[in-house]
Design a protein around this ligand. Structure first.
Ligand code: NAD
Ligand code: LMR
Length: 328
């Protein structure tokens, strides 16, 4: 029997939490034979803590064989204690008309305390995945507080953008989504993100040989970049189960050696022209469970370089906006 994984999840009583928890407890994230303990953090507000207890009751009522225990708390040090994975979802979603970066002022500070707490009480092998927006920069804030855990333990989620782009091109080509590979999203989880169709493949062939409609490809970069806003406008609420699903994919790919190339926002070492120290989406290969290497072999045409420079500039400007939060 594999070792039990302690998974801390913040914002566990929120929309994404509601879709995410049963899937982790049923084994979709860490494997169908891996027991889990869920350590759930929510804000210290009676109504929210009551909702969290309700979520835990539902988890009990699923009788998941892999779910060994559930911890409910409003204290970060309790939630993150000995955690092997910390999934940082808890934070405010944007409202219609806002960009994700507009959330920095409210959400950024959450990640200072949580970054410190993770660094002081989580397991030595702890990995962190940040979903709360703007997720790239929030991840940088959390990682910046850590002294024991290195920057490569902290990742932010651009997998939802990869999944969105995958469906768009599969539908256009009339193939199943499983035929699409190497479709990497570079940069920020924001409208400046760059889904790279030039290096992607469909059924092993160059994507651009299968879909030669350049105007459609250019328009689809925008469709993917603005998909979160389109969902927010349609539902009146930001995406939830697709985000939870992307987080399952993000972590599952990071714990599975031999998983396909996937998009993860990681601490930049300057590859692909990103500023060192910002968290940017890049192509990643999993080399050991929880450990990855950035694939630096892809080349980009000038138009792609321009888009990557734009998303990098936005990441750098977000970093400037939170300078005080990075001082530690
Ligand atoms: P939600 O409002 O339904 O739930 C958020 C929960 O977080 C709430 O229950 C709230 O009480 C809790 N929370 C707030 N501050 C907290 C703190 N300091 N500690 C612990 N919990 C805290 O929101 P949601 O729809 O679940 O979205 C959560 C976040 O995920 C938002 O920031 C949203 O923009 C982001 N998001 C990111 C992606 C992505 O692809 N990266 C996709 C979708 C949503
Ligand atoms: C998304 O991409 O759906 C999320 O980041 C939510 C949002 O604010 O768009």
């Amino acid at each position: 029997m594999p070792k039990t994984i302690r998974v801390a999840i913040t914002g566990a009583a929120g929309q994404i939490g509601y879709s995410l928890l049963p899937r982790i407890a049923s084994g979709e994230m860490f494997g169908r034979d891996t027991p889990v303990i869920l350590q759930l953090l929510e804000i210290p507000v009676d109504k929210v803590q009551a909702a969290l207890r309700g979520v835990a009751m539902e988890l009990d009522d699923c009788a998941f064989p892999l779910l060994q225990d559930i911890v409910l708390t409003d204290k970060a040090d309790v939630a993150f204690k000995d955690a092997n994975w910390c999934l940082l979802v808890g934070s405010k979603p944007r409202s219609q008309g806002q960009e994700r970066a507009d959330l920095l002022k409210d959400n950024g500070k959450i990640f200072i305390g949580q970054g410190r707490s993770i660094d002081s009480v989580a397991a030595d092998d702890c990995r962190v995945a940040v979903v709360g927006n703007p997720c790239n920069t929030n991840c940088m804030i959390a990682a910046n507080q850590a002294k024991r855990l290195k920057a490569d333990r902290f990742t932010a989620m651009v997998r939802l953008d990869q999944n969105r782009a995958t469906t768009q091109v599969a539908r256009k080509a009339g193939v199943p989504v499983s035929a699409v590979s190497d479709l990497i999203v570079y940069g920020n989880h924001s409208p400046t993100m760059y889904p790279d169709f030039n290096n992607a493949k469909i059924g092993g062939k160059k994507l651009t040989d299968v879909i030669s409609d350049q105007a459609w490809l250019t328009e689809t970069i925008t469709t993917v970049g603005k998909r979160g806003a389109a969902i927010l406008e349609a539902r009146g609420l930001s995406s939830a189960f697709s985000a939870a699903n992307a987080l399952i994919d993000h972590v599952r790919a990071l714990v599975t050696v031999g998983s396909t190339l996937h998009s993860v926002a990681v601490c930049s070492d300057g590859s692909y022209g990103f500023a060192a120290g910002v968290w940017a989406g890049v192509p990643v290969r999993t080399t050991a469970p929880g450990t990855f290497q950035v694939d630096k072999s892809f080349t980009h045409v000038d138009a792609a370089k321009t888009r990557i420079a734009a998303t990098n500039a936005e990441l750098a400007s977000e970093r400037d906006m939170v300078k005080e939060l990075l001082a530690g």
